[in-house]
Design a protein around this ligand. Sequence first.
Ligand code: FAD
Length: 409
Amino acid sequence: MKYSIIGNGIAGVCAAETIRQLDRAAEITLIGDETFPPYSRPMISHVLDGSLSSEKLPIRSSRFYDDLKIIPVLGSRVSAIDVDRRVLTTTDRKETTYDKLLIATGADARPVVAKGVDLKNIFYMRTEAHIRSIIECLPTAETALVLGGGLVGFKAAHGLLKRGLKVTMLITSGYPLSMQVDETAGQMILAELLKSGLTVRVGTSVMAFEGKGKVKRARLSDDSTLSCDMVIVGKGVSPSLAFVPKEKIKIDHGILVDHHLQTTIPDVFAAGDVAEAVDITRKRRWINAIWPEAAAQGCVAGANMAGRHVVYPGSVSRNVMRVMALDVMTLGLVNPPDDFGYKVMAHADRRRGRYRKLVFRDNVLVGAMLINDIDQGGILLSLIQNEIPLKIPDRVLMDPSFNFGKLIA
Ligand SMILES: Cc1cc2nc3c(=O)[nH]c(=O)nc-3n(C[C@H](O)[C@H](O)[C@H](O)COP(=O)(O)OP(=O)(O)OC[C@H]3O[C@@H](n4cnc5c(N)ncnc54)[C@H](O)[C@@H]3O)c2cc1C
């Protein structure tokens, strides 16, 4: 049996390992356009902030491909799939045939749309190569602009501050992390960021970059200009699927997959940030672009490709981050739509920097947001994932000392 996997990230690697465990004789080809060995993408920001050397990024040993008898085709980008002939074509026009295929190509950073984007020293922060370029630029930079107040924008701003740069973060919405938190939490986080020495401008976007060859200024939507020697763009990601034949493989935002992570074409699977699989709390297909789900999906897809019948239980979005003195955790659906009968209980204690928000649908916890009160986050996640009905009074649920663990035992 010939298996091909496109994407050398965590989803692709986990799939390859699972296939090898289940099919000793299989021919497994892993095609990836990065040349660096499989590495921890979330940790690249620690290379930027100087707390980790890039040699520590790999998640598998240098013998990984040999040990598992995987054929690596690295530095190679797939440009087309012919699902009728079962053939992949790479940009250098080489063809690879397959019996079973996994698309695990992750996501690309969403490009910024503004004049002057081709100037030097405007960077994205998705890959190890991006980080290398950013670090090369640091000695010549004093001021930096970070576009976007999401997770990547945060990590970029933190890293640049630690490197001693004067950093401005530009956020289009009214508060940071607007895709992850609500306004109450967003304002608490904003206040904390301002204490860190970061300049934050909300409700503002960039219209143009200016400079001679290299970026020197950004022209903003309020007609002001801002000096900057470098820019990092953190405006979100889009699934990397330009090469996917959309007339054959059904796509919504990502590649639509069933409970076995198979696409609408038999023997073609998708996993990780590129795949739109079932989301437990939303009760529909959704992309939760996080590392643990990409790993889990890679394993499930690999098992099903190798002939097992493993059902993917569905994902729950989650983020845990430290913002200066705040621990912030979000789980599941934290900003539910107003009109679907969700029950929301929230309590903020600004003096202590604490916030707890719980979201229920029919007595089942579907979302939780915690600031500085995150000890029980793991239990709350388990309650959400297992959809355990909670028939207890509201005042008990919101009591900070209530032990949710009792509900699982
Ligand atoms: C800066 C940063 C911080 C993050 N922090 C966290 C965090 O704290 N916690 C968390 O859970 N998640 C975090 N994430 C998200 C996490 O890294 C992703 O969810 C995870 O890496 C997805 O894995 P994947 O295998 O689906 O895709 P990827 O890791 O993106 O791997 C896909 C691979 O496929 C390659 N590829 C794409 N197209 C092609 C093609 N046509 N041909 C060949 N190869 C191709 C890509 O170059 C890439 O090497 C972070 C991401 C970034 C960028």
